[in-house]
Design a protein around this ligand. Structure first.
Ligand SMILES: [Fe+2]
Length: 199
């Protein structure tokens, strides 16, 4: 394999890695969406699948700007994150909400990895003064960040504590009271956080 001898070559290599990651995700996200129980979670994942397909196209445009062939280089990091997610989501859960909580965790690991990868590639494209490439990558980075925020919102307001409380309701009345007040507090915090974000 040819050695990476310039910042330009390094950027191309990074984009090939991200290209592979995004293409893997176009297959992995539908699997996660199918296993989700919460409608909100499922539609957030389906929405992000559409964005991911556009991100693949944006990378192809970036390769075009660089005069390079769009070629994927196996991304071991994303492969591992997806495998780990499959494994966790496939475990036995007493409650579907608990599985949703795991799906959110897996999807957020994906987003954070992508946010890091795009961040680095953008910095390198900026050093090379490749404005069009920077613009394309920034558009995708913003989508990844928004998807991550959305997942946090879903985790805080819909899934986790609902799952825990249903479990507790079967077990004890006093714990039910304790859990529902915890849930109410968490939901209020979630609302405060999302209204703070809107400002
Ligand atoms: Fe992505």
């Amino acid at each position: 394999m040819a050695s990476i001898d310039s910042m330009n070559a390094l950027l191309v290599d990074e984009l090939r890695d991200i290209y592979d990651a995004e293409k893997r995700l176009t297959k992995a996200i539908p699997k996660l969406a199918r296993k989700a129980t919460s409608d909100e979670l499922r539609s957030a994942l389906e929405e992000h699948l559409e964005e991911t397909e556009q991100q693949v196209q944006r990378l192809e445009q970036a390769f075009e700007h660089l005069g390079e062939r769009a070629k994927a280089k196996p991304c071991a990091g994303m492969k591992g994150i997806i495998e780990e997610g499959d494994e966790h989501v496939g475990e036995d859960y007493d409650d579907d909400d608990l599985r949703d909580a795991v799906i959110i965790g897996s999807a957020q690991r994906v987003e954070h990895y992508e946010i890091a990868a795009y961040g680095t590639a953008i910095a390198h494209a900026r050093l090379l003064e490749l404005d069009e490439v920077v613009g394309l990558l920034e558009e995708s980075l913003e989508e990844e960040k928004a998807a991550d925020r959305k997942l946090t919102e879903i985790a805080e307001t819909v899934v986790n504590l609902e799952a825990a409380s249903e479990d507790d309701e079967e077990q004890s009345g006093s714990r039910r009271f304790a859990t529902s007040s915890v849930r109410a507090t968490a939901q209020a915090q979630g609302r405060r956080r999302s209204s703070a974000r809107k400002k």
